[in-house]
Ligand binder design. Structure first.
Ligand SMILES: *[C@@H]1O[C@H](CO)[C@@H](O)[C@H](O)[C@H]1NC(C)=O
Ligand SMILES: *[C@@H]1O[C@H](CO)[C@@H](O)[C@H](O)[C@H]1NC(C)=O
Ligand SMILES: *[C@@H]1O[C@H](CO)[C@@H](O)[C@H](O)[C@H]1NC(C)=O
Ligand SMILES: *[C@@H]1O[C@H](CO)[C@@H](O)[C@H](O)[C@H]1NC(C)=O
Length: 482
């Protein structure tokens, strides 16, 4: 029985993408994008116009499930539909990596069942009439690999290998098939339209990916590289390179939309240019109204430093120089607490009253006067009726490569509308009710539509209870020893 928490790092940092690095990518756009036309004749006309001008900018809605609680699912996923006839796949939504991949037929060490209450499906290119292999001489492959592959012969597949920050990895080959997307066509309404997309067909997994506890069909990378689904859609003029998520930390699931987000209004901070991830500049950390006195180089940017926004990471990782004083400051208010460690990773304590009354809020300050407030009930997670653990982690402990980056995952991103405006190279957020709606604009017709929340799958899963029981047992055992 695998009792590790499904926690941490999720798909976090993309360290290496051998055959799919961010080279000079050029996309061949062979198929025209066609919607299942149920549009009014006017909007049909406008979209025809837009098509003639090479742009057909609409809004797309993704259905979300999962939650950010480390003792439950510990990740957010989306349902996507691929192939002809279409089949559903459940993929982790990860703004920290750059390709979509799903487990494929013939895979060695792929999970066959999941404890997340979803049915896993292996993709088989032979069973989809629209599916095709991507060979190493095709543009997608040569451009992701910065030029022709040295040993490429006709009919050889275009291979990829992705290693994630938590030590897990996936490899396989690229295929191209119809991906069916929910185009927003009215208030809380959408219609399916398909588009040929290149994605990874995973045939070898290692690390966390082959365990069933939080198993999914794959990962949907929402990174900036040209290989991402977002970039492929944007390159062919289907969407603007703008998307937003609202991860519901209270109920699970949430809102995910691609396109012009009109409401809520979001204040932004610039993205650090030329970074493989969504890096922003942090300026200060405030705990309960006091700004922490930190060495100034803590907020430097670059490959060894910096602050990354990553929906594929469950918790939040801070450099030791930030983590230590932050935790000390938080605990200053509760000197009588007896701390103990769970799973060699989590700092926990018993507490019966409201944590929001007892602990201070943490506020991160970013360039452009953007702030991000994290409430105690968000940075603490409950493992039993009377026990809580800190979600804050020291990145020094986590990274084997000595990098001291700040990694802001679901722990701090949930209960906010987080906007990634790649057209303007900015990212922003605002506190928001993730079970309400946001307003998007169909840029082709100018129409404004409300997009609502989803919560697919069951969040009270078997594994959640199993982990919880284990934690409980473990925690009380430890506690008894103290
Ligand atoms: C991505 O594609 C765009 C437009 O097709 C191109 O201008 C850009 O150089 C590409 N970027 C990378 C990193 O390959
Ligand atoms: C994909 O879209 C085309 C054009 O609208 C349509 O003819 C086809 O049936 C769609 N494929 C599926 C599997 O829905
Ligand atoms: C698909 O068909 C090809 C050719 O018949 C075969 O070589 C390949 O193994 C099949 N792939 C899968 C996943 O079944
Ligand atoms: C959030 O929105 C939902 C749906 O509109 C509503 O039922 C709920 O009361 C709202 N929650 C809060 C805290 O305002």
């Amino acid at each position: 029985m695998d009792l590790r928490l499904s926690v941490v790092v999720g798909a976090a940092i993309l360290l290496r993408l051998v055959s799919g690095s961010s080279g000079n990518l050029v996309f061949e756009v062979q198929n025209k994008f066609k919607f299942n036309g149920r549009d009014s004749s006017l909007s049909e006309l406008r979209s025809h116009d837009a098509r003639r001008h090479g742009r057909l900018l609409s809004a797309i809605n993704l259905q979300l499930g999962g939650n950010g609680n480390p003792s439950e699912t510990g990740l957010y996923f989306a349902r996507i539909s691929i192939g002809t006839p279409p089949k559903d796949y459940y993929v982790q939504v990860d703004t920290g990596s750059d390709i979509l991949w799903v487990n494929c037929a013939g895979c060695s060490k792929c999970p066959v069942k999941s404890d997340l209450g979803i049915k896993l499906t292996l993709y088989n290119v032979n069973e989809s009439s629209t599916g095709d292999m991507v060979t190493c001489d095709q543009d997608f492959c040569t451009s992701t690999d910065n030029g022709p592959l040295p040993n490429c012969k006709p009919n050889l597949l275009c291979q990829y290998n992705v290693a994630y920050g938590d030590g897990s990895s996936t490899s396989g080959y690229f295929v191209k098939d119809s991906v069916h997307l929910d185009r927003v066509t009215g208030n809380l309404q959408s219609s399916t339209s398909n588009r040929s997309i290149v994605f990874g067909c995973g045939n070898k997994q290692s690390g966390e990916f082959d365990s069933s506890s939080a198993a999914l069909d794959g990962i949907l990378g929402f990174g900036q590289a040209n290989s991402s689904v977002l970039s492929q859609l944007a390159t062919s003029g289907i969407v603007k390179k703008i998307f937003a998520h609202c991860l519901d930390g209270k109920k699970g699931g949430g809102i995910f939309a691609i396109g012009d987000i009109m409401q809520p209004e979001v204040k932004t901070t610039p993205l650090v240019p030329n970074q493989p991830h969504y890096n922003v500049v942090m300026k200060a950390v405030e705990v309960g109204g006091d700004v922490l006195q930190l060495p100034t180089d803590v907020f430097d940017t670059g490959t060894q430093r910096g602050t990354i926004i990553d929906s594929g990471t469950t918790l939040a990782y801070l450099p030791e120089e930030v983590y230590d004083p932050m935790l000390k400051k938080i605990l200053d208010k509760q000197p009588q607490l007896k701390l103990y460690t769970v799973e060699e990773q989590f700092t926990c304590f018993k507490y019966l009253e409201s944590v929001d009354d007892a602990f201070p809020e943490v506020t991160f300050h970013f360039e452009g006067s953007l702030t991000m407030k994290v409430y105690p009930h968000e940075y603490l997670f409950k493992i039993s009726e009377d026990a809580w653990c800190f979600g804050w982690q020291s990145s020094g402990l986590q990274s084997k490569d000595g990098k001291d980056t700040t990694l802001l995952g679901d722990l701090v991103l949930s209960n906010k509308l987080v906007l990634y405006d790649l057209e303007n190279q900015a990212i922003g957020w605002t506190e928001y009710n993730c079970s309400s709606t946001i307003t998007v604009k169909d840029s082709t017709t100018g129409a404004m539509y409300r997009v609502g929340a989803y919560d697919i799958g069951s969040t009270s899963t078997l594994i959640a209870r199993r982990i919880l029981m284990f934690l409980l047992l473990f925690a009380s055992m430890l506690h008894a020893l103290l």
